[in-house]
Write a protein that binds this ligand. Sequence first.
Ligand code: C2E
Ligand code: MG
Ligand code: MG
Length: 722
Amino acid sequence: MHAKPSVRKAHAAPKLKMRKTLADAGEIARTRAEAEAAIADAQKSNERLREAIDILPQGIVFLDADGRYILCNKKYSEIYHKSADLFQPGAYLKDTLRIGVERGDYPEAEGREEEWIAERLAKLNRPGERHEQTLSDGRVILIEERKTADGGVIGLRVDITELKEREASFRLLFDSNPVPMIVCAQDDERIISVNEAALSHYGYAREDFQKLKISHIQAFEAEAPWTGEQTNEERVARTWKHIKADGSLIDVAIYSRHLIFDDKPAVLLALMDITERKRAESRLAFMAQHDGLTGLPNRILLRQKLDELLVGTRRSGEKVAVLFLDLDNFKAINDTLGHAIGDKLLKGVTKRLKSSLREEDSVARLGSDEFAVVQAGVQQPEDVAFLARRLIDAVGEPYLFDGHTIVSGASIGIAIAPGDGDDAEKLLKNADMALSRAKSEGNATFSFFESEMDARAQTRRRIEIDLRDAIENSVLQPYYQPLVDLKSGRITGFEALVRWPHPERGMIPPGEFIPVAEETGLINAVGGLMLRRACTDAARWPDDVRVAVNLSPLQFRVGNLLSVVMDALKHSGLPPKRLELEITETLLMDKSDQVLATLHALRALGVRISMDDFGTGYSSLSYLRSFPFDKIKIDQSFVRGLASNHDAQAIVRSIVSLGKGLGVTITAEGVETEAELSCLRAEGCDEGQGFLFSRARANGEITQLLLAQCEANAQAGNALVA
Ligand code: C2E
Ligand code: MG
Ligand code: MG
């Protein structure tokens, strides 16, 4: 198998001379023994050397200066197992190579055998150079040879087949990977290899690409992505801006891995183009923080920016104002001219607001027609008032859309930090409160927040909470105030007025909680409850006594009013003609078809409809024409002091004659004195209601009142004063 030891004899045996003395003989014997011992020693160390080289994982071969085998180890024989029996000491390498070539052991030699052998042998004279050799069974052997001191060669053989396979599959994975990949030298950061995907993605020609350093394709960073203190996760999570051949920038996430490439430390970079994702992300982020129609920041972003600004000004002591702006007639424009015009108006308003602001101020859209302006660097309230005026004027200028000239107005509520709040939430809330005040004072005005507004708002909140409770626990109840026929003095009916006995605050008047109920939608529950109770109570009264129930315009918005009324009638058994519903002019102001349809349907049931508080609203005669009312109630403000007020008398007179003309009953509210009563009688008013006759009373007292009426009638008097 492997080579036997090749040991040169150190000495030839000395020739015996003719004359030998004993001493000579002894000397010879000693010398011989020494020689034999030396030979044995040499053999031993030779064997040790062989044992040592046999356990090495690489193949090792020693050749003499003529290219003849001296010794090779086990691994060497295994690598070239086909020629192993040829590796005898003294055999020429060139001969074993030739035999191998003839047998086809070296596919690289095919067709150029002699040449190949010559090249192979020439390499023996270029020691230190590594080369690879492929064998017929596909194995790849790495060869490294060095000169020995005596002119021979020591050769190393490593089977690198597996390594080569791994390298090949890495190559394949690298080259055909759809993810752009780059290999950089770790030391000088030069790009040493790029795959096809990287070429097509970045657009550089291969030879140009492989001349660049990684920093050359980085738009902002000078350092290579694998350097620095970051952990691998941090690096991967980071986004890099890379420059493509055409100069465009892309966002890239980089996965890096250290490896050895061509024997040198290198870094493999996989480059994930996340430009689209980034773009989508920032689009989403923009959408989440901006209003789609106007592109303005929305409430979320405004709050965030405002809070940041406030933190900054807390130190500088500077004031910041929030101007809460609301368009005065947006709903009407939207409803009558359509949403397209409404949208154009909002965009137009946005444009004007923006152009009225300095760079350091900002504007956001908070809701349908609500905007907020943040004014920085406020020195005194006048600065804010000045801006508010300017904004109102700018928004108030007419707009021209699609041939329509549109005039809109704005009202503004103002809160100033830090006095009116030191966070965005509070400032916006207080500015909103100031806006309600501005609105109540009329259109196109502004109002500063005042702390009593806050107190008022808190009271309202308290009322809302308690009211929910009161509704749930049936605390609310109707009181009844009589309506008296002024000719006969007879009670024709009662108006049901809601009463709220509050455990702590006593009887809360409806004027305090009806508006809250309307704002919060609780009015539907209150109204439904009043209808049911009033119908049930009235069903037990005499047949010719009616009950009147007040309706809020909001009850018409829900859309189920008709069925609520029908239910109340059905459950109580009250004939519809004994139910009167009181509405106010505000209900008819928006002239909605739905409202009129509901009114007609109610009237068709046989229910009577009254116009309440006539004279306090627009008192437009067109309202009276738009619906056939059964009754008009003159507001108490015209009745007050009627006897001595000629204007009021003239008004009452004209309403009474209007009533006569239309065939409608006229009722005077708030009759408190005999003088008022006689005046009303003189003007020919049909009915009266007021403290002169009776205050509103609990249902339990109504029967008594009706009895008292009988007695009073018997005495031909009118007063039912309790
Ligand atoms: P209203 O419908 O005009 O009711 C008449 C109001 O005038 C009642 O006030 C009544 O107590 C008061 N009043 C009657 N006679 C006199 C008088 O001689 N002098 C004076 N100064 N006042 C008199 P009240 O009960 O405080 O109700 C106020 C308003 O609250 C009502 O005005 C009505 O608009 C509303 N309201 C009352 N109950 C309900 C209800 O159940 N539903 C709805 N939606 N509103 C209601
Ligand atoms: Mg009323
Ligand atoms: Mg009234």
